[in-house]
Write a protein that binds this ligand. Structure first.
Ligand code: 5GP
Ligand code: 5GP
Length: 226
């Protein structure tokens, strides 16, 4: 009798462990932004205090746990807030690949902190804080969106491009169809703002998107310079 109770206790404990460490999301969106379009709005932008104007390149907005039905978890664990000391070895890479363009100017840390607290804590069963930021940097290194677009003649020259040709250029090079997100410039023109790629729950491999974000883009969109 006693051994049966102990067995049940062990089984319940094992179940708890499985529930606690299994990830509670279906995939990630890896979202990159075009700085030219972040800045070219009525809100404008501000350059980071420590590093100044970022490189003319797409930069990371975030790595966002998501569900297959398009909903997503957020702010999952206030007990594990952003701790800059965990990622001190990544700071110089993050300053290049994940700069903050919001105003007033900051040293980027508040942007990283926001992304960790809102999104990163929802995948902490798989990626701790260091793993989360390292995974985003690794994904950024796997695809060079600007080079892909330029190689098909799509340049950040203030010109207008067919949104399908942008989607197809990236799909052809990466092997997976991206989501394209637009915002508006000061004259109301639709412009290329963000590119979404989907990533498996490990945070290491691109996958076909289970669901693409709804697009706000016109058929022809501006690709502003930066
Ligand atoms: P917006 O409303 O400007 O598109 O998004 C505001 C914020 O909501 C984003 O920066 C992001 O934090 C979150 N968000 C928007 N859409 C999605 C989504 O499809 N998936 C996830 N995980 N977060 C999103
Ligand atoms: P979201 O909730 O949309 O993922 O995060 C956006 C938040 O990060 C906003 O509060 C925004 O002000 C801040 N932020 C700081 N720098 C940037 C940036 O370069 N791009 C974007 N999209 N948001 C930034």
């Amino acid at each position: 009798m006693k051994s049966r109770v102990v067995l049940i206790q062990i089984l319940v404990l094992q179940l708890l462990v499985v529930v606690c460490v299994s990830q509670n999301y279906d995939f990630f969106y890896f979202v990159q932004q075009w700085p030219g379009s972040y800045c070219d709005t009525s809100n404008g932008c501000c350059y980071p205090t420590t590093t100044g104007k970022p490189a003319t390149n797409f930069s990371i907005h975030g790595l966002w746990p998501n569900y297959n039905d398009a909903s997503y978890p957020s702010n999952c664990d206030s007990n594990y807030p952003f701790d800059p000391s965990q990622i001190s070895d990544l700071v110089s890479s993050l300053q290049i690949s994940w700069p903050s363009l919001s105003c007033p100017s900051s040293d980027d840390t508040s942007f990283w902190s926001h992304e960790w607290d809102k999104h990163g804590t929802c995948s902490e069963s798989v990626l701790n804080e260091h793993g989360y930021f390292a995974a985003a940097l690794n994904l950024k290194g796997q695809v060079n969106l600007l080079q892909i677009l330029k190689s098909t003649g799509i340049q950040p020259d203030g010109g207008f491009y067919n949104v399908n040709s942008i989607t197809q250029a990236i799909a052809g090079a990466v092997g997976y169809t991206p989501g394209i997100d637009c915002n508006k410039d000061t004259s109301g023109n639709s412009q290329l703002y963000q590119i979404y790629l989907c990533v498996d729950t490990s945070g290491a491999n691109f996958i076909e998107c289970p669901i693409l974000p709804s697009t706000k883009c016109s058929s022809s969109i501006e690709f502003p310079s930066f």
